[in-house]
Design a protein around this ligand. Sequence first.
Ligand SMILES: CC(C)(COP(=O)(O)OP(=O)(O)OC[C@H]1O[C@@H](n2cnc3c(N)ncnc32)[C@H](O)[C@@H]1OP(=O)(O)O)[C@@H](O)C(=O)NCCC(=O)NCCS
Length: 156
Amino acid sequence: MSEFRFEAFTLPHSDEIDREEDLTEEAMAVLDLVRQIRMTPKDKELSAIDALVGFDDRICLVARDDEGAICAAANLHPEPADDHMWVTQLAVDPDYRGQGISHEFVEHIVGMTRRAGLSKIKSRAASTAIRAHYAWGFQEDDNQSTTATPVMYRYV
Ligand SMILES: CC(C)(COP(=O)(O)OP(=O)(O)OC[C@H]1O[C@@H](n2cnc3c(N)ncnc32)[C@H](O)[C@@H]1OP(=O)(O)O)[C@@H](O)C(=O)NCCC(=O)NCCS
């Protein structure tokens, strides 16, 4: 039995928020996780509000530990026309890394994707997360615009 609980998390739409101070502590915790993902120099400067834009009209999924603290987050975007679920911004809190939580998280997303009637999950892997993607059962897409952050997929 997993010690982590996975659930949808409601973030406000970026249009509803002008200042970081208006975000709840939990919403900030989710956005802090996402802002750890370093893909381009521009991403490093992402404000919480900019990070919030990335979640607009998408599904935010979080993992909570047995005390209810948010320890991982991901952003899901179903693309039914192309039969896949995009997974972006999957990030585990540094205090919880190396315990297999990302494996559990990906399996949870796999279940959600199946239930949505889609056949693949896709993700653009940060260069530091390519090894993790292989460990999660992803493979690299044949048509890549860049090999530094390849698009990777897994059938569900
Ligand atoms: C990538 C990340 C999500 C992995 O989360 P995690 O919960 O620590 O990973 P797990 O313990 O479930 O391990 C999953 C795999 O990741 C890899 N991995 C985990 N820690 C690693 C480390 N310190 N160095 C290199 N690879 C590592 C391993 O290949 C591992 O596979 P294995 O268990 O079969 O050996 C986490 O490091 C993270 O949040 N990184 C920053 C955000 C990010 O880059 N996200 C990906 C965006 S595309």
